[in-house]
Write a protein that binds this ligand. Sequence first.
Ligand code: JHZ
Length: 392
Amino acid sequence: MKKEFLDLGRHPIANAFLNEEDFKDEFLFDLKVCWNEETKLVSIKEFVEPERIFNEDYPYNTSNSFPMIEHFKNTAEMLKIKFKPSKVLEIGSNSGSFIKNFDKKSSLCVEPCGNFAEATENMGYKTHVDFWTNNLSEKIAKEDGYMDLIYAANCICHIHDLDDTFKAVKNILKPKGVFVFEDPSLLRILERGSYDQIYDEHPHIFSVTALNNLLKRNGLQIFKVDNLSVHGGSNRIYASHSGDIITEDSVKFNLNEESIFGINTYQTYEIFAERVTNSKQKLVKLLKDLKSDSKKIMSIGATAKSTTVFNYCGIDSSMIDVITDTTIDKQGKYSPGMHIPIVAREDINILDYDYVYLGAWNFKDVIATKEKEFIENGGKFITHVPDVMVFS
Ligand code: JHZ
């Protein structure tokens, strides 16, 4: 049975940045969150059709993020050394930051966003412009053969039907082959109060516990887990055919850690929901107090996460004047739902602002280093993770 524990209200598509003429037709849906008592999986209640989200206008580009390029390069090197794969498939290859580290002849991509699929095709990688399904994996098995390594970053938690997803992986994975995927960690979200990882693109938020249950029932097993710092705390799951590879201690460690925290208990989610309500009240009060004191506030990072925060808290351009983002496709547009203007960082003088809200709080250190001058001139940062606070 699914039990609802959190209602974040009406929300737009988190990455659908708009032009002014699109405001009137903006799509909204109810963002409510449930916990499945049987599988322990946390999911949003109302799924948004994937075609609305992942299409040729999808703007989130991993190649715009220096830390993520480094992350994918290091991950690729590690996987090459550890597993020596000859055939590699990436699901959700985006602009190719991971796959570009592999040989073109023996690697292929699956990517439903036309803009990015074109980019990896142009780089020389065969790319299936499609969503990852069992039908597609049957087609790939016939056309391209079976895989030693299947990799997916911030993609599997985007897919509604996880049984179909895992069956599709099992279909195409060679014996002793590995399926490696990373997504934000439910445990870190619960610990850090980072409710902003919940939006249309994340129909599921994964615990190792829930994945262990779901993979098992589809003939796969987790044999290793890495805890990563990217995206505010993610897990990298290593899976294989059941019984194929010896299970490492990290699996037991993570299952234990999650159990001790209370991942298997509904009350944990009720406590989290209360924390989210408090976070909203504190953040809105802080911003309103600063505005009534005539302070100027901007935000760095037009993130999917900040779409959740701004819409849940009702934060519009009366509180945050402007957002800067390094992604060209987001610049000149407005944030989903709250319609705060987005500009390039070079288009504003940060010293005109008193406070910067960190839409990309996960890159706090990178941004603080870049914006040293702002701090030296008395500027302050605002974040809501792990608690609403002002710091410099
Ligand atoms: P970032 C994305 O979410 C979307 P978002 C996706 N659904 C997903 O699963 C998660 O990632 C994990 C900009 N920036 O990575 C670049 C600056 O402007 O936190 C990006 O637009 N200045 C696939 O959107 C954004 O911030 C900077 O100095 O929450 C960061 O987005 C830096 C470092 C970044 O993901």
